[in-house]
Ligand binder design. Sequence first.
Ligand code: HEM
Length: 167
Amino acid sequence: MSESGSAVGAGGQPARVILSGSLREAVNAPPTVYRAVGGQEFFDVLVDRFYDAVERDPLLRPMYPRDLRQSRERLAGFLAQYWGGPPRYSEKRGHPRLRMRHMHFAIGPAERDAWMAHMTASLDAATLADGTGRPLPAEIRSAMFDHFDNAATHLINQPGATPGQDC
Ligand code: HEM
């Protein structure tokens, strides 16, 4: 199929313009979740609220560095990229390899559940960062929840406490 089109059409047809390379991709790209939620700002707020809760969590807090600024930036960058935003996370950190990057933290069912509880609360409080302040649409909330839920389970690297075990 030819990429070129006619100029302003006779009979009121809209003009077709010649698009090439990345401009054509940008214009024709399917809408992404990243755009629908209002871009990077949405992920920054989601992650800030999440880490504010982690900061007060006695189980999770000791796993993270004292200064959480970089942790916030990495998670927000990763999520923005995952949901269709610019690949800033990978430009800085390379391939995410999340399971490998979490190997040196002991993550059992309790840590996973605590992490999910904070992220679920943050999702529940989330509003669109598109200037309307509308709540997150149900289908986007549900897709994000499923992603977090699956990824968090995948990152478990310690067995849970077994029934009858001393604790
Ligand atoms: C299951 C419970 C989880 C725990 C306990 C946990 C814990 C941690 C810790 C301690 C760090 C290091 C923070 C730092 O060095 O600044 C980290 C980094 C990170 N986590 Fe998690 N995490 C969990 C689940 C997840 C999930 C579900 C995702 C993604 C959906 C995720 C994405 C990330 C990312 C992107 C980083 C930064 C990796 C890097 O570039 O070094 N984590 N996590």
